[in-house]
Design a binder for this molecule. Structure first.
Ligand code: MG
Length: 243
């Protein structure tokens, strides 16, 4: 301990003896950044949306989703009509922060992947799995919160079917070069019911069902897609903020 204090003291004194140019480098002001000033955004009380969020399930929902009519929308809750396929946003997006709540019906049947399977696809290609993973075993990189077939969730934060659950997703969009080569892969950070389950997970390509993922150049912005289901899965309070 004495040796550490002595070493620090010597370091401090030798610093005092350094040239004025070196001393100037120590000025804390040199590493302060003042511009640009971050825009003021009101968070409201979580999980209500921040003031600059784009709401995807508000009363203007019809304008924000293609084929919006095929699912049931009532009092801010969107429910899958089984067998009708998925729906995609009319808007296109790249990197974003996304919050959503989803609920698998209490009377869900089936097991493994056939139990409340849906999914939120960023850019229509990169899926965070939605599934009843409460006491329902399946392959780990296909359970709820997985980056499908690529990254299992760090932990299983699933609630029983019938309860509302939340995903809070940070998605970094991939970037391609002119010639189609990948310049930067996509990344997912995901919280499930407030628990970190994906931490800057590198996406290896589209989250396909069979075969190995491989990137193919696509537009920088693409729609968000919610996968259809054979169960009446519901969604509410969904918003995004573009990064
Ligand atoms: Mg799925």
């Amino acid at each position: 301990m004495r040796l550490i204090i002595f070493t620090l003291l010597i370091g401090f004194l030798s610093g005092l003896n350094s040239t004025s140019a070196q001393t100037a480098n120590w000025l804390p002001e040199l590493t302060e950044t003042w511009e640009p000033v971050p825009e003021t955004v009101l968070s409201a009380s979580f999980p209500n949306h921040p003031s600059d969020a784009i709401l995807l399930l508000d009363e203007t929902y019809q304008d924000k989703w293609e084929d919006a009519d095929k699912w049931n929308f009532e009092n801010g809750v969107l429910t899958v009509a089984p067998g009708t396929g998925g729906i995609r946003t009319t808007g296109t997006y790249a990197s974003l922060q996304l919050y959503m709540e989803w609920r698998i019906p209490e009377n869900v049947d089936g097991e493994d992947q056939r139990r409340g399977n849906s999914g939120i696809f960023l850019q229509e290609l990169y899926e965070v799995q939605i599934l009843d993973s409460y006491k329902n075993r399946t392959y780990t990189n296909g359970q709820a919160g997985s980056v499908y077939k690529q990254h299992p969730p760090l932990v299983n934060a699933s609630l029983p079917p019938g309860q509302w659950q939340s995903y809070h997703i940070i998605f970094t969009a991939p970037v391609f070069m002119e010639d189609g080569k990948l310049a930067r892969p996509a990344y997912f950070t995901v919280f499930h019911n407030g628990v970190l389950i994906q931490n800057h997970a590198e996406v290896k390509g589209p989250t396909i069902y069979t075969g190995l993922p491989q990137y193919e150049k696509h537009p920088y912005k693409q729609p968000i897609f919610i996968q259809g289901s054979r169960h009446e899965i519901s969604f509410r309070n969904m918003w995004i903020r573009e990064i």
